[in-house]
Design a protein around this ligand. Structure first.
Ligand code: THU
Length: 162
Protein backbone atom coordinates (compact mmCIF):
# COMPACT_ATOMS: atom_id res chain seq x y z
CA UNK A 1 0.00 0.00 0.00
CA UNK A 2 1.24 3.48 -0.85
CA UNK A 3 -0.06 6.59 0.78
CA UNK A 4 0.15 9.49 -1.64
CA UNK A 5 -0.30 13.12 -0.81
CA UNK A 6 -1.10 15.71 -3.48
CA UNK A 7 -0.46 19.38 -2.79
CA UNK A 8 -1.93 22.35 -4.51
CA UNK A 9 -0.35 25.77 -4.67
CA UNK A 10 -2.31 28.95 -5.16
CA UNK A 11 -2.06 32.62 -4.31
CA UNK A 12 -4.42 34.44 -2.00
CA UNK A 13 -5.02 38.19 -2.19
CA UNK A 14 -7.15 40.45 0.02
CA UNK A 15 -8.64 42.14 -3.02
CA UNK A 16 -8.20 42.87 -6.71
CA UNK A 17 -6.16 46.01 -5.97
CA UNK A 18 -3.26 43.64 -5.14
CA UNK A 19 -3.35 42.01 -8.58
CA UNK A 20 -1.39 42.93 -11.70
CA UNK A 21 -3.17 45.39 -13.98
CA UNK A 22 -4.01 42.65 -16.49
CA UNK A 23 -5.49 40.33 -13.83
CA UNK A 24 -7.41 43.17 -12.26
CA UNK A 25 -8.85 44.12 -15.65
CA UNK A 26 -9.88 40.50 -16.19
CA UNK A 27 -11.70 40.43 -12.82
CA UNK A 28 -13.48 43.65 -13.72
CA UNK A 29 -14.63 42.13 -17.00
CA UNK A 30 -15.95 39.07 -15.14
CA UNK A 31 -17.98 41.48 -13.04
CA UNK A 32 -19.35 42.94 -16.26
CA UNK A 33 -20.30 39.43 -17.42
CA UNK A 34 -22.60 39.07 -14.41
CA UNK A 35 -25.02 41.44 -16.13
CA UNK A 36 -25.89 38.91 -18.81
CA UNK A 37 -26.53 36.07 -16.36
CA UNK A 38 -29.92 34.44 -16.95
CA UNK A 39 -30.61 32.97 -13.52
CA UNK A 40 -34.29 33.41 -12.65
CA UNK A 41 -34.36 30.07 -10.80
CA UNK A 42 -31.29 30.17 -8.55
CA UNK A 43 -31.03 33.99 -8.53
CA UNK A 44 -27.28 33.30 -8.40
CA UNK A 45 -25.31 35.14 -11.06
CA UNK A 46 -21.94 33.83 -12.20
CA UNK A 47 -19.68 35.68 -14.62
CA UNK A 48 -16.42 34.78 -16.26
CA UNK A 49 -13.89 36.62 -18.40
CA UNK A 50 -11.34 34.63 -20.36
CA UNK A 51 -8.15 36.20 -21.73
CA UNK A 52 -6.75 34.68 -24.90
CA UNK A 53 -3.08 34.85 -25.91
CA UNK A 54 -4.17 37.33 -28.59
CA UNK A 55 -5.26 39.67 -25.78
CA UNK A 56 -8.92 39.31 -26.67
CA UNK A 57 -11.27 38.81 -23.72
CA UNK A 58 -14.33 36.57 -24.02
CA UNK A 59 -17.15 36.82 -21.49
CA UNK A 60 -19.65 34.22 -20.31
CA UNK A 61 -22.40 33.99 -17.73
CA UNK A 62 -24.61 31.24 -16.37
CA UNK A 63 -27.67 30.50 -18.47
CA UNK A 64 -30.47 28.66 -16.72
CA UNK A 65 -33.53 26.90 -18.07
CA UNK A 66 -36.88 25.87 -16.67
CA UNK A 67 -35.76 22.30 -17.31
CA UNK A 68 -33.00 22.80 -14.72
CA UNK A 69 -30.33 20.39 -16.02
CA UNK A 70 -30.53 22.06 -19.45
CA UNK A 71 -28.91 25.22 -18.06
CA UNK A 72 -25.16 25.79 -18.23
CA UNK A 73 -22.54 27.32 -15.94
CA UNK A 74 -20.78 30.55 -16.88
CA UNK A 75 -17.41 28.84 -17.35
CA UNK A 76 -18.73 26.33 -19.87
CA UNK A 77 -20.78 28.95 -21.72
CA UNK A 78 -17.58 30.98 -22.26
CA UNK A 79 -15.29 28.03 -22.99
CA UNK A 80 -17.59 26.41 -25.52
CA UNK A 81 -18.09 29.73 -27.22
CA UNK A 82 -14.28 30.01 -27.56
CA UNK A 83 -14.17 26.40 -28.80
CA UNK A 84 -16.69 27.14 -31.52
CA UNK A 85 -15.64 30.68 -32.49
CA UNK A 86 -11.86 30.42 -32.06
CA UNK A 87 -10.97 26.71 -32.07
CA UNK A 88 -7.22 27.38 -32.22
CA UNK A 89 -7.12 30.08 -29.56
CA UNK A 90 -4.78 29.69 -26.60
CA UNK A 91 -6.32 30.62 -23.26
CA UNK A 92 -4.03 32.41 -20.82
CA UNK A 93 -6.26 33.12 -17.89
CA UNK A 94 -9.83 33.11 -16.68
CA UNK A 95 -11.50 35.09 -13.89
CA UNK A 96 -14.71 33.93 -12.25
CA UNK A 97 -17.02 35.83 -9.94
CA UNK A 98 -20.53 35.49 -8.54
CA UNK A 99 -23.28 37.60 -7.04
CA UNK A 100 -26.74 37.17 -5.58
CA UNK A 101 -29.29 39.57 -4.16
CA UNK A 102 -30.21 37.02 -1.49
CA UNK A 103 -27.05 37.23 0.65
CA UNK A 104 -23.53 38.59 0.61
CA UNK A 105 -20.98 36.22 -0.86
CA UNK A 106 -17.97 36.41 1.46
CA UNK A 107 -15.58 33.95 -0.19
CA UNK A 108 -14.61 33.44 -3.83
CA UNK A 109 -16.94 31.00 -5.57
CA UNK A 110 -14.97 28.11 -7.03
CA UNK A 111 -15.93 26.19 -10.16
CA UNK A 112 -18.02 23.02 -10.06
CA UNK A 113 -16.53 19.66 -11.05
CA UNK A 114 -18.24 19.64 -14.45
CA UNK A 115 -16.64 22.98 -15.33
CA UNK A 116 -13.23 21.87 -14.04
CA UNK A 117 -13.45 18.79 -16.28
CA UNK A 118 -14.10 21.04 -19.30
CA UNK A 119 -11.43 23.54 -18.25
CA UNK A 120 -8.79 20.82 -17.89
CA UNK A 121 -9.52 19.49 -21.37
CA UNK A 122 -8.95 22.96 -22.85
CA UNK A 123 -5.69 23.09 -20.90
CA UNK A 124 -4.56 19.69 -22.18
CA UNK A 125 -5.59 20.54 -25.75
CA UNK A 126 -3.49 23.70 -25.83
CA UNK A 127 -0.61 22.09 -23.90
CA UNK A 128 -0.16 25.20 -21.78
CA UNK A 129 -1.49 26.07 -18.35
CA UNK A 130 -4.62 28.14 -17.85
CA UNK A 131 -4.51 30.42 -14.81
CA UNK A 132 -7.74 30.59 -12.85
CA UNK A 133 -8.69 33.56 -10.71
CA UNK A 134 -11.62 33.15 -8.34
CA UNK A 135 -12.76 36.62 -7.38
CA UNK A 136 -15.08 37.54 -4.53
CA UNK A 137 -16.61 40.92 -5.33
CA UNK A 138 -15.00 43.51 -3.05
CA UNK A 139 -13.05 40.79 -1.30
CA UNK A 140 -10.67 37.89 -1.39
CA UNK A 141 -9.11 36.58 -4.59
CA UNK A 142 -7.58 33.15 -5.18
CA UNK A 143 -5.25 32.61 -8.11
CA UNK A 144 -4.42 29.09 -9.22
CA UNK A 145 -1.59 28.62 -11.75
CA UNK A 146 -3.22 25.77 -13.66
CA UNK A 147 -6.51 23.87 -13.80
CA UNK A 148 -4.83 20.48 -13.45
CA UNK A 149 -4.11 21.01 -9.76
CA UNK A 150 -7.83 21.58 -9.13
CA UNK A 151 -8.90 18.29 -10.73
CA UNK A 152 -5.98 15.87 -10.51
CA UNK A 153 -8.20 12.87 -11.24
CA UNK A 154 -9.90 14.31 -14.30
CA UNK A 155 -11.23 11.90 -16.90
CA UNK A 156 -8.65 12.12 -19.69
CA UNK A 157 -8.63 10.86 -23.25
CA UNK A 158 -6.21 7.96 -22.75
CA UNK A 159 -9.01 6.23 -20.82
CA UNK A 160 -10.78 5.78 -24.18
CA UNK A 161 -7.77 4.04 -25.69
CA UNK A 162 -6.88 0.39 -25.24
N1 THU B 1 -22.81 27.94 -11.63
C1 THU B 1 -21.87 28.41 -12.49
O1 THU B 1 -22.15 29.22 -13.38
N2 THU B 1 -20.60 27.95 -12.37
C2 THU B 1 -20.19 27.02 -11.46
O2 THU B 1 -19.04 26.60 -11.47
C3 THU B 1 -21.14 26.51 -10.47
C4 THU B 1 -22.52 27.02 -10.56
C5 THU B 1 -24.20 28.39 -11.81
C6 THU B 1 -25.16 27.31 -12.24
C7 THU B 1 -26.47 27.85 -11.76
O3 THU B 1 -27.00 28.70 -12.76
C8 THU B 1 -26.10 28.69 -10.55
O4 THU B 1 -24.71 28.88 -10.59
C9 THU B 1 -26.49 28.05 -9.23
O5 THU B 1 -25.99 26.76 -9.13
Amino acid sequence: MNSINLNITFEQYAGISELTLADRALCERSEQALRTSYSPYSKFRVGTAIRLASGEIILGSNQENLAYPSGLCAERVALFSIGSLYPDAVIESMAITAQTDNFEILKPVTSCGGCLQVMVEFERKQNAPIEVIFYCLNGEVLKVPSVKSLIPFAFVEDRLER
